[in-house]
Design a protein around this ligand. Structure first.
Ligand SMILES: NC(=O)c1ccc[n+]([C@@H]2O[C@H](COP(=O)([O-])OP(=O)(O)OC[C@H]3O[C@@H](n4cnc5c(N)ncnc54)[C@H](OP(=O)(O)O)[C@@H]3O)[C@@H](O)[C@H]2O)c1
Length: 242
């Protein structure tokens, strides 16, 4: 298989899109480290991967806890890092966003990925190969009233991809972004009516599935993308193109 003998760490793989990413990487032969805060959901994802013939382990970490939590995830050499975990935010006016919410969003959505990449990428560079995929968003590409905080964190991921591509690319480490549009997960099912206007102007007229996002991550993580560095791959039904 394509990714056999590679270890992949997927943050936020106890729920939503991260589960599909972990499954897709495992199906291609990678040994996957599933991560998140919820032990029960994490173990369920690991069991599902094992049932499908793949290999996975769960490492619990609360990314809001900073460097100590992130160190637990980077305890062994990683070949593929997917910075997927994020705190999704309910839209609200900027003036009503609490300082605590700002601090948590910055810590989970940006700082944890920054620290984790700083722990993992030098090892990849020393070994001369590695792939990092950051999850961005259409929110990081366009402005959106009520989503300033979330959008800022996703735009930061787009920016980090480019800086890290420049920093680690010469050592054989590829860094890229997958930018989803609205994607059907248990949590986003509650957004129904809010995303209807957005879908009405989306060429595909529909949300993505987590598996469609996972296929884009899989492509960028694997050797088929061997000379793709610093790119942003939108999986949004064409929303950001029109
Ligand atoms: N769904 C969409 O429509 C959409 C659209 C554009 C971009 N995205 C991006 O895609 C990625 C995945 O989104 P999603 O919709 O799958 O989100 P989700 O369903 O809310 O899942 C988020 C994952 O992150 C983990 N997580 C959250 N806070 C954490 C913390 N403090 N420490 C460790 N793990 C934490 C959660 O695990 P625990 O609960 O176990 O902690 C969960 O596994 C995110 O980067 C998001 O910005 C999503």
């Amino acid at each position: 298989m394509n990714l056999s003998n590679r270890t992949a760490l997927v943050t936020g793989s106890t729920d939503g899109i991260g589960v599909a990413i972990a499954r897709a990487l495992a199906a291609e032969g990678a040994r996957v480290i599933v991560s998140g805060r919820d032990n029960a959901r994490g173990e369920k994802v690991v069991a599902g991967i094992a049932e499908a013939g793949g290999e996975a382990t769960f490492v619990r970490a609360d990314l809001a806890e900073g460097l100590s939590a992130v160190r637990a995830l980077a305890a062994e050499p990683i070949d593929i890092l997917v910075n997927n975990a994020a705190m999704l935010l309910t839209p609200e006016p900027t003036a009503e966003v609490s300082e605590d919410t700002i601090d948590r969003a910055l810590a989970i959505n940006i700082k944890a990925a920054f620290l984790l990449t700083g722990l993992v990428a030098p090892g990849m560079a020393a070994r001369g190969h590695g792939a990092i995929v950051n999850l961005g968003s259409i929110n990081g590409l366009t402005g959106s009233a009520g989503s300033a905080l979330y959008s800022m964190t996703k735009a930061a991921m787009h920016s980090l991809t480019k800086s890290w591509a420049d920093e680690y690319g010469p050592s054989g480490v590829r860094v890229n972004t997958v930018a989803p549009g609205p994607t059907a997960t248990e949590k986003t099912a509650q957004w129904g009516e809010h995303i209807a206007p957005l879908l009405a102007r989306t060429p595909s007229r529909r949300t993505s599935t987590p598996e469609e996002i996972a296929q884009a991550v899989l492509f960028l993580a694997g050797d088929a993308a061997s000379n793709i560095h610093g790119a942003l791959l939108s999986v949004d039904g064409g929303y950001s193109a029109v």
